[in-house]
Design a protein around this ligand. Structure first.
Ligand code: FAD
Length: 393
């Protein structure tokens, strides 16, 4: 066991999962969170079977399974023609093949399960209002500097501080993230306000020219999560800004009536301009490592950012334990195990935006023709690289 605590910058899904994964290996940690309160913004999140493998390894499998809605399908709709292009069944055959279900959960519930487990674990300390602004290291320890001038010393520092990571700024120094020009608007509506003929037990994606709509049930079917995205070449990053329904509707005037109706039912819309980065192999600097969105921020089109952050956490703790807590070589081995898988998800997410979510005209017809012809077996074969094995060993 390292003689000092591991410092973790960021108490999001990645940071809390890291603290739990380390605790499973008897390693103590201190989570330093910038916000005054630990929590999550936004509503729904989709979780592939790989997330459930992680929950089990983090010791929260039972609690995580209780909060999930188990959907039957991933359904792809044509937002112009108002018809199904294809779907992927998530029933018995899927679960048997991948060893776990596909589910949707409320972000707050997911974060809450991780937070409760962290609070109850004697090896985990949580400290809020503690923004990590930089670090120094001397070969035996790392000292993180906080925004209030305080310093904290640990055996290692894990930068789980998200898209705008300060740890990454010092470690990689590659400037601001890439602004994708895609603007996402999020809302949650009570299930009774969702048009009755669209109350599907599916994660549904309506794909249209330069725009798409996603909806699925959440929180024991009490609400529907709506996420709609428009490729409007937005030039600046924005996070969580309230917007009017009229502004949201502007990007969807060209899609079919049924898809437009979903937007009309949304309320209290908030907007995010999406960002990602090119993959980098610079994840570590001596005793400092990046994890989750700080290491590999991605567009949400594979619904895998949080899943990847949890896989990172489990792999990091395994790698340190396998290297007998020799930190530098453990961290290098963690980077080597995670780099290509996360790069593939980052780049595939971007490609999905271009070729599945947003194409128009013949490009969209080609999508419909190729994706519509796939059998369930072919879909599962396509997904094996992501969900096959457990992504962890
Ligand atoms: C619209 C949308 C939909 C998505 N849907 C899905 C989905 O369906 N499935 C999925 O798996 N993923 C999804 N994602 C991605 C997922 O939300 C992120 O990948 C995931 O939350 C990343 O977790 P993280 O802990 O690495 O970073 P974050 O969640 O960003 O957490 C970082 C934490 O660090 C704190 N912090 C920031 N800077 C500092 C600092 N310097 N010092 C200390 N603390 C700091 C922040 O306050 C925050 O608490 C989606 C993302 C978006 C935008």
């Amino acid at each position: 066991m390292p003689d000092r605590k591991v410092l973790i910058a960021g108490g999001g899904i990645g940071g809390l999962a890291t603290a739990l994964a380390l605790a499973q290996k008897n390693v103590a940690s201190l989570v330093l969170e910038k916000a005054a309160q630990l929590g999550e913004i936004g509503a729904g999140i989709q979780l592939g079977p790989n997330a459930f493998h992680c929950f089990d390894r983090l010791g929260v499998g039972e609690q995580a399974r209780k909060m999930a809605v188990y959907i039957d399908q991933l359904r792809l709709m044509d937002a112009m023609a108002d018809g199904e292009i294809t779907h992927i069944d998530l029933g018995e055959a899927f679960r048997a093949r991948y060893g776990n279900p596909y589910a949707v959960v409320h972000r707050g519930d997911l974060h809450g399960v991780l937070l409760k487990a962290c609070r109850e674990h004697p090896l985990i300390e949580l400290k809020v209002s503690s923004e990590v602004t930089g670090y120094d290291q001397d070969g035996a320890s790392v000292t993180a500097t906080l925004a209030n001038g305080e310093t904290v010393t640990g055996s290692a520092l894990i930068g789980a501080d998200g898209l705008w990571s300060n740890v990454r700024r010092q470690l990689v120094g590659d400037g601001a993230p890439r602004v994708s020009g895609h603007t996402t608007y999020r809302s949650v509506i009570p299930t009774e306000q969702m048009p009755e003929d669209l109350r599907w037990n599916a994660a549904t994606l309506w794909a249209g020219p330069k725009c798409h709509i996603v909806h699925y049930p959440l929180s024991g079917w009490k609400v529907f999560n709506l996420v709609v995205t428009y490729h409007n070449d937005a030039p600046e990053p924005v996070a969580g800004q309230p917007v009017s329904v009229e502004e949201v509707r502007r990007g969807f005037a060209h899609v079919c009536e049924r898809a437009q109706t979903i937007i009309r039912h949304g309320k209290d819309w908030r907007m995010w301009v999406l960002c990602d980065r090119e993959p980098t192999d610079k994840w570590i600097d001596g005793r400092v490592a990046l994890l989750g969105d700080s290491a590999h921020p991605m567009l949400q089109y594979m619904a895998q950012g949080a899943c990847m952050a949890m896989e990172d956490a489990v792999c990091l703790a395994d790698a340190l334990a396998k290297h007998d807590n020799h930190l530098e070589s453990g961290l290098a081995s963690y980077r080597d195990r995670r780099l290509l898988r996360t790069a593939r998800v980052q780049l595939t997410s971007r490609a999905m935006g271009d070729h599945v979510y947003h194409p128009a005209g013949p490009h969209a017809l080609l999508r419909n023709s190729i994706m519509g012809a796939k059998t369930q077996k072919q879909w599962y074969d396509t997904l094996d690289w992501l969900y096959g094995g457990n992504g962890l060993d």
